[in-house]
Write a protein that binds this ligand. Sequence first.
Ligand SMILES: [Zn+2]
Length: 200
Amino acid sequence: MRHAFIPIGGLHHATRDSAAGFCVFNDCGIAIEAARRLHGIRRVAYVDIDAHHGDGVFYAFEEDPDVLDADLHEDGRFLYPGTGSRGETGRGAAQGTKLNIPLPPGADDATFLKAWDEVERYLDAGKPELILLQCGADSLGGDPITHLKLTAEAHAHAARRLGVLAERYAGGRVLGMGGGGYNRANLARAWTRVVEELAA
Ligand SMILES: [Zn+2]
């Protein structure tokens, strides 16, 4: 097992050359580039369960078939940044290689777990060499700026299952990154459960 977690990371809206959505830099994208340029990793999986679509990461690697991007988020018709529809699956050489799963406002853990099965099938097919998890806590019920109703158990499930998948394909490598979250009690609940699972 080679797991790490950085709570102040996961800023997923900035583009390669501009700030956006509370994010000056996009450390998720930088982590992907660093893994490839400095550590010789080719296929990286980016899994994003923040309530907002990780548009900065998605569009930065939209034409790159070696970046697997699975993003569960509140439907963009109801929440910033408005992107991440089912039909957005990548462009050019990467067309059909990305997975966007919009969730309806009010979606709970049952809806999340059903969608999560699809994420696992996607990662099984893609066989990443490194897995990144952006586990924004703003997808929990009670967040003041979003409308999803997940609990910390959704985040725990994601962390636990990515650990299993990482053992299978990625030499055990998982990097968790905090991301959004505007209810402090939710931040504490979600991320302590993520750390608990990553450390198990
Ligand atoms: Zn967010």
